[in-house]
Design a protein around this ligand. Sequence first.
Ligand code: ATP
Ligand code: FE
Length: 356
Amino acid sequence: LIILGLESSCDDTAAAILRQPDGGPAEILASVVHGQNDLHAAFGGVVPEIAARAHAEKLDICVEEALAASGVALRDLDAIAVTAGPGLIGGVMSGVMCAKGLAAGLNIPLVGVNHLAGHALTPRLTDQVAFPYLMLLVSGGHCQFLIARGPDDFTRLGGTIDDAPGEAFDKTARLLGLPQPGGPSVEQAAKDGDSARFAFPRPLLDRPGCDLSFSGLKTALLRARDALVTDQGGLTEQDRNDLCASFQAAVADVLAKKTARTIAAYLEDAPAEPLLAVAGGVAANQTIRAALETVCAQMGVGFTAPPLALCTDNAAMIAFAGLERFRGGHRDDMRLAARPRWPLDKTAPALLGGGK
Ligand code: ATP
Ligand code: FE
């Protein structure tokens, strides 16, 4: 099977082509991502209208580039997968319309994909991971512990009750005058910083359960910054680096400790070779990956994380999730709707935790 995947739910326009022989592993033939950082830079965050227009302009180009890079012709495609939510609705609609046009024109099946399932299934694309596995999904808009049992079968064990970690990284960067997206710039600054200089809070660690909270961390960072500005009249580069390092250490610590707690609960009824997989943009962070890997090693649980480029938004993960759904018999038609909200766990209350 050869499948084209399209992604346009936030500020990355992406197309990818995957090939998977029956019974064999999926191979990424091409994965093209066009970011929009420069378009949104002046506004300090993603502007939905600008994003939607840019997606509409860039999708065709991404598809052409993916076809050229893979050597695959349009007529070779067996199916089209597209992010149908959750995300910024204008962008999701751009992708869904593009996919419908291609599927109708080529007369091939269309498969709508949940963007979060794309992230959560990526470890099966990049590593030999079998269901079930424990998943920590940490991204720009979400933070959830899930048991992944199948391409459409996720059970949510807990998650953030307020901000997502990626959002906290982005806000931290904004408060310190560092460029967006905040994750990579905060991680870079933290390399030269002292993570012990500021004692930032570790919210909810005193409470049982798998839920997390990150909004207090952002407030603490704001206070620490303002105190420095009041005392010194401004921030030195060292201050900035120390704030970033201390913030990142707090996020890593909270994620690691809550992961340990979630693993302990999971192990009560776990498969013979339990495994934790992490995915989403924040999973690209080396300090966080290392902290999670350490916890897994201590608890005798396997650990896997996708390569960095497949942690942040991309279309290879959408094509792969589409392949998995397609092989499971799922087909969509021209009625496929773009959804701003689409919880992964159908039993989860849509408004409780997980953000966006
Ligand atoms: P969602 O997937 O929840 O809908 P999204 O698609 O906007 O949100 P992703 O692309 O999965 O989010 O992840 C982007 C987020 O990851 C941003 O908030 C970004 O700051 C963060 N991020 C990216 N790289 C890093 C890093 N190295 N360290 C920490 N955070 C990072
Ligand atoms: Fe994402």
